[in-house]
Write a protein that binds this ligand. Structure first.
Ligand SMILES: C[S@@+](CC[C@H](N)C(=O)[O-])C[C@H]1O[C@@H](n2cnc3c(N)ncnc32)[C@H](O)[C@@H]1O
Length: 480
């Protein structure tokens, strides 16, 4: 059948366009608003055949190098413009003090400091590693991925050759047999330290000695090698147990003159440049006074707490993950910080306790996961009479939902700024600044204690397990 032509197509934030063929709707990917395209309708799903009238923002790309990069075909300034329009549309009606702008990155390519890839055998029985295709378990090879740091690309390609040379057995998801499942590479852009983690289906790793020796001989700058065992039948990447094969088993990274320890399982923002920009914006928005008591909720390994400690009287960092709190306490020590306390608890539970005890808190900085925060957390902030809230969000949709709750609780959403933590992908980080309406006149007693709810201990354990699953799962929920 002949190709179909679609003229002057309409494309929203996600660079797809909807076409109707024989009364059925299909999405055609990698297009730009206003283009004219031809569509091949001879396969099961219609696909983009040719762009007949190209947008001035279209750039060349190699699909095999672009796993995870939905904006690969669009120039970076236009991507930032699309991101700004998307955020301004989403938060239309919030009566912000500012038009939302998005802070771009100096380095929009090869920025990821953490790479996780999955192994498979090619049809010709060569060992290859790649990324999961979005929302599936199909592995797409990623030899020179434009998002991963260059070091990770070089190392993963060399490792593939070494694994093939020593005929290392590759894990098969269907039969659950074979050894090597994934590889994790973490790089400290500022420290130049490099960690390689082999994730295997159990403790056995035949050929391990040969692989490690060959890898060390290449002098690729690897400072530590770890083996992690994962026998679970899921797409979760890391298992609980690990064994250090070379070096200390962790790396350090420097951000704004602070030093952070990163273990294989620690959460650390994936874009070091973006992280610095987000934290600087969050701290400057908070305008912390030397008498202020600050909460850093969802604090991970304590990075924001440590940044805030310089300006505040005291900072409380709260985090559910026990490993992260372990690292946070080490980070506090190695940076000689004395005015931060880290607490391992559910953030809602912790803040509810403070509210019930009528503690004094001046500022809350919160940085929850993509799911956002809880109504009970936001109610406790109101009950505590917190003056200022800085909400760092990696999901604008859940940010919007939570902001409605803040507004209901008499907070004013003053401004929102986007930070392009994840260039070339659809994801976006936001830093939002809120103020209590009129702190003096406000009568907090009307917020009776029934609004403050504790979470039962058993539920917190379930949340921990669920969090572990979500943060380690490569096959994430669909972006909306
Ligand atoms: C987006 S990360 C932010 C971490 C940190 N602020 C940073 O910049 O590295 C969200 C953190 O929230 C933690 N978390 C998830 N659910 C939580 C909960 N219910 N209570 C406390 N922390 C939670 C996760 O373990 C993760 O470390």
């Amino acid at each position: 059948m002949k190709d179909l032509i679609f003229e002057n197509i309409k494309v929203g934030y996600v660079p797809d366009t909807e076409v109707v063929i024989n009364n059925k709707k299909y999405l055609i990917h990698n297009v730009i608003d206003g283009e004219t395209i031809s569509v091949d309708i001879n396969s099961k799903y219609p696909t983009l055949k040719e762009v007949l009238k190209k947008s001035e923002h279209r750039i060349d790309y190699k699909p095999e190098e672009c796993g995870g990069a939905s904006f690969m075909h669009i120039d970076y300034p236009y991507e930032l413009k699309l991101k700004e329009e998307h955020l301004n549309d989403l938060f239309k009606g919030f009566r912000l003090d500012n038009k939302i702008t998005v802070i771009g990155m100096d380095k929009p390519y090869n920025y990821r400091n953490k790479t996780t890839m999955t192994y498979k055998l090619s049809k010709t029985k060569r060992i290859v590693c790649g990324l999961y295709e979005d929302y599936t378990h199909n592995v797409i090879t990623a030899n020179n991925n434009i998002l991963q740091c260059e070091k990770a690309n070089v190392i993963s390609n060399e490792i593939n050759k070494i694994l093939t040379k020593h005929k290392i057995s590759i894990y098969d998801e269907k039969t659950r047999s074979g050894v090597l499942r994934h590889i994790l590479i973490r790089y400290g852009f500022n420290s130049n330290e490099l960690m390689v983690v082999f994730i295997t289906n159990g403790e056995m790793f035949p050929g391990r000695g040969n692989v490690i020796n060959d890898l060390k001989k290449l002098n690729l700058g690897i400072t530590t090698i770890v083996q992690n065992y994962n026998t679970r039948d899921t797409s979760i990447v890391l298992g609980d147990k690990e064994r250090v094969l070379f070096g200390p088993g962790y790396i350090y990274e420097y951000v704004n003159n602070y030093k952070f320890k990163i273990s294989p399982k620690s959460f650390f923002q994936v874009n070091t440049e973006g992280m610095e920009k987000i934290y600087n914006l969050a701290i400057s928005s908070a305008n912390i006074d030397k008498n202020d008591i600050v909460i850093d909720a969802y604090c991970g390994v304590g990075t924001i707490s440590i940044f805030a400690s310089k300006y505040a009287k005291h900072v409380y960092g709260v985090e559910l993950n026990r490993d992260a709190i372990g690292d946070a306490n080490i980070n506090k020590k190695i940076n000689n910080i004395n005015n931060v306390t880290f607490i391992c608890d559910d953030a809602t539970n912790f803040i509810t306790k403070l509210a019930k005890n009528r503690e004094h808190i001046d500022i809350v900085i919160m940085d929850p996961t993509r799911d956002g925060s809880t109504k009970a957390f936001i109610n406790a902030i109101k009950y505590l009479n917190v003056k200022k809230v800085i909400y760092v969000s990696c999901n604008p949709e859940t940010l919007k939902r939570d902001l409605y709750q803040f507004i209901e609780n008499d907070y004013i959403v003053k401004n929102i700024t986007g930070v392009d933590q994840f260039p070339r992908s659809l994801h976006l980080e936001c830093v939002c600044y809120l103020e209590a309406k009129d702190i003096k006149k406000e009568n907090t007693k009307k917020y009776n204690e029934n609004k403050l709810r504790y979470i039962p201990k058993a539920d917190i354990e379930m949340m921990r397990e669920d969090l572990y699953e979500r943060t380690n799962n490569k096959n994430q929920k669909k972006f909306r």
